[in-house]
Design a protein. Structure first.
Length: 94
């Protein structure tokens, strides 16, 4: 169930941002990649996917991260959503 939620969210976020699913999991600090990844994590968190599962699914997609990275990413996505109505609407829609 959690994997399905994660995979569906990956598809929807990639489509909304106009990036490939694989690019979301590239090791980079470019905002054009990190923002969709952080929004993905926030959506999964809001849908009840545990932080540890989000970490595991992200690791499986090729981006080795720690749980603390997911927590910081979710916090960053919340800040972005507070500033950018488009991101807020995307999170609410998915």
């Amino acid at each position: 169930m959690n994997r399905t939620i994660f995979n569906d969210a990956v598809y929807q976020v990639a489509s909304a941002y106009g990036v490939s699913e694989s690019s979301i999991f590239k090791e980079t600090k470019r905002p054009s990649i990190t923002e969709p990844r952080q929004v993905l994590w926030m959506i999964c968190d809001k849908k009840g996917v545990r932080i540890s599962a989000i970490r595991d699914f992200t690791n499986e997609r090729g981006l080795p991260i720690h749980q603390s990275t997911v927590i910081r990413g979710i916090a960053r996505a919340k800040k972005i959503a507070d500033i950018d109505r488009r991101v807020y609407d995307l999170i609410a829609e998915i």
